[in-house]
Ligand binder design. Structure first.
Ligand code: ADQ
Length: 410
């Protein structure tokens, strides 16, 4: 009989470094790629693999996340399948705002109800394609208590990741340090580290024991990367699964192994630019491993010329349903549903979220504009960064970010 697998998606992340995009939504609910929310990527990976018993643990500003999951990911329960958002709860113990291991501890009843053989615990805020079946098979074959997905990342980013050191067999994790500031590079690549992707497969017993044990430790921060994984590493029960071994149906040579931790505004922006390359580094047009999302009844995108010879055009861009580009030029951009770009406007290198309205003669360069923001006629964004810094958020790499509900001056 096939092993019983329960998937737990950790979606409580606050996403402070993505402000203002996370002012009133959890990081996994941040819109991505025109039509999606970040959480759609992990959920699609699980669903495509046939893992259809999924609980999504939410916590921080979870309203739009809950709504998105209930609307988009509602599933037939005929076969006992479900994708359920579970809000943080003070079920056991007096704590409220504790880390991801505590979130699992608080949700033990879900594991008890399901009695799975294995538990997949995946983060909710990464952009990638992965076939989790291969990792689960690898885990079962190895007999480890936990298997941690690993990927090479630049040494300079070591302080943002759990850093893995493997033993001689290349599988057993010898040491695991959460976000170290003094990491050294790999022997064969001194400018790289082996990072945890924050995706784990557990044998149920190992997970429950470790989480129970951690819950009793008053000095613990109760998070997976900081407490649970190091505990299992110390017990010699942790293995690594190399993400490079994962083969997703329909992936291209170029986008195989693509994974982005979009923790900052710049990495969020760069991940968008990865979508629109002619030969995209991350290919959304892989119909063998679709990324699912809500598909409201919007009409097709429309390009119209309103004013004499000025034709509404978009090049090197992705334009979502319900968008209208009228007598204006959109280049190198991601345009979400119901966006309007009016005559003589020029948008270049922008991420425009749903319902953004770009007025006539406006210029928008290298910017992220959140939902329903109105850019008035003739306004300039991303043209004079000094001026923009006084009014909006500007990232380290000079991307101008305008939050939801923010007023743009003409
Ligand atoms: P971080 O993402 O910094 O590092 P953390 O803040 O614990 O770690 O978040 C992990 C996941 O859990 C995220 O998806 C977050 O949304 C979620 N989460 C956090 N607290 C939660 C709670 N109370 N309830 C529900 N969900 C919660 C982690 C690992 C590193 C690894 C990186 C990879 O700890 O080892 O390298 O992910 O990005």
């Amino acid at each position: 009989m096939a092993a019983k697998v329960l998937a737990i998606v950790l979606a409580g992340g606050e996403g402070k470094r993505l402000m203002p995009l996370t002012t009133d939504r959890a990081k996994p609910a941040v819109p991505f790629g025109g039509m999606y929310r970040m959480v759609d990527f992990v959920l699609s990976n699980l669903a495509n693999a046939g893992y259809l018993k999924i609980v999504v643990l939410t916590q921080y500003k979870s309203h739009s996340l809950d709504r998105h999951i209930t609307k988009t990911w509602r599933m037939s329960t005929l076969l006992g399948n479900y994708v359920t958002p579970v809000p943080a709860q003070q079920r056991r113990g007096p704590w409220w705002f504790a880390g991801s291991a505590d979130a699992i501890y608080q949700s033990f009843n879900l594991i008890n109800d399901e009695q799975p053989d294995y538990v997949i615990v995946f983060g909710a805020d990464h952009i990638y394609r992965m076939d989790p079946r291969q990792m689960v098979e690898d885990h079962i074959a190895s007999g480890a208590g936990v298997t941690v997905a690993g990927i090479r990342q630049p040494l300079s980013s070591a302080d943002q990741f759990g850093v893995i050191e493997v033993g001689e067999d290349g599988r057993r994790i010898r040491a695991f340090r959460e976000k170290p500031t003094d990491a050294v590079g790999l022997p064969d690549a001194p400018d790289q580290i082996y990072a945890s992707m924050g995706n784990y497969v557990f044998t149920t017993k190992a997970l429950c024991e470790a989480v129970e044990c951690d819950a009793e430790d008053r000095t613990s921060k109760h998070d997976m990367g900081g407490s649970i994984i190091p505990m299992l590493v110390e017990r010699g029960e942790a293995n690594v699964y190399d993400f490079r071994d994962n083969e997703v149906p329909g992936s291209t040579d170029r986008d195989r192994g693509y994974w982005r931790d979009v923790g900052t505004l710049d990495s969020f922006y760069d991940a968008h630019m990865d979508l629109i390359n002619v030969h995209p580094v991350f290919n959304l047009y892989n119909f063998e491993w679709p990324i699912y999302t809500e598909q409201p009844p919007y009409p097709p995108a429309k390009f119209v010329h309103q004013w004499g010879e000025r034709v509404g055009r978009a090049v090197g861009s992705m334009i979502s349903p319900g968008a209208v580009v009228s007598g204006s030029l959109v280049e190198n951009s991601i345009v979400s549903p119901k966006v309007k770009v009016h005559s003589w406007a020029h948008v270049d290198g922008a991420v425009l979220m749903e319902g953004v309205d770009i007025g006539r003669h406006a210029v928008v360069r290298r910017a992220i504009i959140d939902k329903n923001v109105h850019v008035p006629e003739g306004a300039e964004i991303g043209v004079d960064l000094e001026k923009d810094r006084q009014r909006y958020t500007v990232s380290d790499n000079g991307i101008v970010v305008i939050g939801k509900g923010q007023r743009v001056e003409p």
